[in-house]
Each structure stands twice: as C-alpha cells, then as structure tokens.
Design a protein around this ligand. Structure first.
Ligand code: CU
Length: 143
C-alpha cells in the first residue's frame, strides 16, 4: 500500500460558471445578499425613513422591476451639505432634466446607489418618475 498514485493531485479544477456574471452591474451581488439599507419597490422606498450617524454610508437597492432614481430635494437638505442624486447631478434641476432627456440617473432593477453622509441633519429625497405617486424618503443623520 505504499505505492501511491497522484491521480488525486490531478483532480481537475471545475470551471466556475461565469455565464451572466459579466453583465451584472456593481452592486448586484449586494442586492442578492440583502446587503443594502433601503429597497425600492414599485413606487416606494422601504424604509421611507432611515437614520444613520454622520460619516456612515447609505446603500439603496432597486429591489423591484421598474427604474427609479434617488434624487435629493435641493432645498430640503442641510445648508452646508453636498447635493446628491443618482447619475451624479449637481442640482435637482439637472437631475430632472437628465431624466426627461434620456432617463439619466436611473437605477435599474438589481442595481445599487450609495451616498456617504457627513453633515448631520435631515435629507429629503424622491424618485423622479414616481414622485407623483408619493415615492419620497428621508435620511436622518445624527451627530
Ligand atoms: Cu421610482
């Protein structure tokens, strides 16, 4: 029994199936694993109100089938806070125009969007296409 074969050592490495993975957007894995803070459904953010401490990051995930945006109300965030909107717009007007033009700023099903909040205060935001349906939310950042 001291004759050894090395067949075991030549065990083939099974290729891990990669089909489809390359097409996934950053964040998809997080969505599947439930690693997000706020989900987006047909016309709602869940939870609609979310509290964090300054310096923390909020991750939104489109957990539904429709396109959504995360767009801050420019006059409903702290004065010294940086404006935020999916698509990277620097103003609410630019975000609205971008959406009207070519659905810019959209977060597709399964995608995520994240923002780090450094300034304490209340941040109100909405989803451009579903604002008429009341798709709004609030982030409360504590000291
Ligand atoms: Cu929406």
């Amino acid at each position: 029994m001291d004759r050894r074969t090395f067949l075991a050592g030549s065990a083939t490495v099974t290729a891990v199936g990669l089909s489809g993975c390359s097409a996934l957007q950053t964040g998809s894995a997080n969505v599947e694993q439930g690693e997000y803070d706020i989900g987006m459904g047909s016309a709602f953010f869940r939870p609609a109100e979310f509290e964090i401490s300054a310096g923390e990051t909020v991750v939104w995930a489109n957990t539904g089938n429709r396109r959504h945006t995360v767009t801050a109300y420019e006059d409903q965030i702290p004065d010294d806070a940086e404006y935020f909107a999916s698509g990277g717009f620097e103003s609410e007007e630019a975000a609205r125009d971008g959406w009207m033009g070519n659905f810019e700023g959209r977060i597709e099903s399964g995608e995520t969007y994240e923002v780090t909040f450094d300034i304490p205060g209340e941040y109100h935001y909405f989803c451009i296409p579903h604002e008429p349906s009341g798709m709004v939310g609030k982030i409360v950042v504590t000291e």
